[in-house]
Design a protein around this ligand. Structure first.
Ligand SMILES: Cc1cc2nc3c(=O)[nH]c(=O)nc-3n(C[C@H](O)[C@H](O)[C@H](O)COP(=O)(O)O)c2cc1C
Length: 390
């Protein structure tokens, strides 16, 4: 039960965002929607795409368009993959399972966050398509080793190591909404902030029906699964460093992706450590504010990588045209995040399916208008970018 995501009024991702806002308590909506500090990078991640102009080839018939990509020798039917989104289970019952299932139905991949409310085995079972596991070192190395073993046995096909989270960014909206107090389980602290939940009975009923405030079953401590209030301190105690990539690679023994690359130099470090792909990402502008929008730094990273490994990108992608622009600038594929999270929050599986369909249809239309029949043929000749980006 969610908003009517199939309505003809739902044309783009902004429409799904509004439906999510209607259904969710302020605190949960802002958890998805907000960015760090003054939210400068949050808006610039999106607006930077407007600085790229297409150079279409006209009078070219493209009766069919090939949208398939291959990343790390894995095949995807769409040039975008679902990014890790922590606490998706807060947005919709069994959120991670629901999103993974829809990704699989669409023929694309899903990345499961360490901060999942669902067990990784259950999530993997929901999809036949490639699923990647995003790793934080919460709880320390031994805890991470156990999770790596579980991810291996469950059939995840790559580990995504996020490197931009030595501390949680300051999301001011979370502070105003009393997120910390609401998660404290202390009734006196919680009381002033509870009305925002009571006025969303549909979400509240579903959330309570799904078990209410979840813990994190893939961060298994001696005392049991890690709880919400432990995350902040645990992040700071478990900073991922370049050296960690060595033991992670050894323990995992498969493909490794590093997520959180802002500069060419870090991409080179990742290559030197034997990483298989990098994601140009500023964590959706939730960590360090005032970093450059990801699409702006993509050319620098692509140049530094020099075709040696796959380069992916996320940040601010809300339209199929944004995906096409990123591919033109050398990304092998794109991760979408809030775009599907809004859909999940608005209407569960059908909401995720709607988000995927909106972006896919946009891409197909854009490709036809560009006169290009395969995403593999996209290159810099299809766009102009500001001279300072090159
Ligand atoms: C609500 C939310 C939760 C997120 N949780 C995680 C996470 O657990 N791990 C991670 O590596 N990235 C996380 N991210 C970052 C996304 O994977 C992605 O890098 C970013 O959101 C892309 O920007 P976009 O949302 O503008 O597309 C999260 C993002 C959002 C919006």
């Amino acid at each position: 039960m969610g908003a009517n995501v199939s309505s003809t009024n739902v044309v783009n991702i902004s429409d799904l965002r509004l439906l999510a806002k209607k259904r969710l308590p302020q605190m949960v909506f802002d958890y998805i929607d907000s960015g760090a500090d003054r939210e400068q990078t949050l808006s610039q991640n999106c607006t930077a795409f407007k600085e790229i102009y297409f150079r279409p080839r006209c009078a070219v018939a493209t009766p069919s368009c090939d949208l398939n990509i291959s990343v790390l020798d894995q095949e995807f039917k769409l040039p975008f993959i679902l990014a890790p989104v922590g606490s998706s289970r807060m947005f919709y019952p069994k959120g991670e399972v629901v999103a993974a299932r829809e990704a699989g139905i669409a023929g694309t991949g899903y990345t499961l966050s360490t901060l999942s409310g669902c067990r990784l085995e259950e999530v993997k079972q929901a999809t036949n398509c490639p699923a990647w596991y995003q790793l934080y070192l919460l709880g320390g190395r031994d805890v991470a080793m156990q999770t790596i073993e579980r991810a291996k046995s469950a059939g995840f096909s790559a580990i995504v190591v996020t490197i931009d989270t030595p501390i949680s960014g300051l999301r001011e909206r979370d502070v105003r909404n009393g997120t910390k107090q609401l998660l404290s389980r202390n009734p006196i602290q919680m009381l002033p902030y509870i009305p925002q939940m009571l006025i969303k009975p549909c979400w509240l009923t579903q959330w309570l029906g799904d078990g209410g405030l979840m813990s994190f079953p893939n961060v298994e401590l001696e005392s049991g699964p890690m709880g919400y209030t432990e995350i902040g301190p645990a992040l700071e105690e478990s900073v991922v460093t370049w050296e960690d990539l060595n033991w992670i690679r050894e323990a995992w023994g498969g493909k490794i992706i590093v997520k959180g690359i802002h500069i060419g130099e870090d991409a080179r470090k990742a290559i030197d450590l034997g990483v298989d792909a990098v994601v140009v990402s500023n964590h959706g502008a939730r960590q360090l504010d005032s970093v450059a929008p990801t699409i702006q730094v993509l050319p620098e990273v692509v140049k530094a990588v020099n075709g040696e490994i796959d380069v992916l990108i996320d940040g601010g992608i809300r339209r199929g045209g944004d995906v096409v622009k990123a591919l033109c600038l050398g990304a092998k594929g794109v991760l979408i995040s809030r775009a599907y999270a809004y859909g999940l929050a608005a209407g569960g599986g059908p909401g995720v399916a709607k988000a995927i369909e909106i972006i896919k249809t946009d891409i197909l239309r854009t490709m036809k208008l560009l006169g290009c029949d395969s995403v593999k043929k996209l290159d810099r000749s299809f766009v102009t970018i500001p001279p300072s980006w090159a």
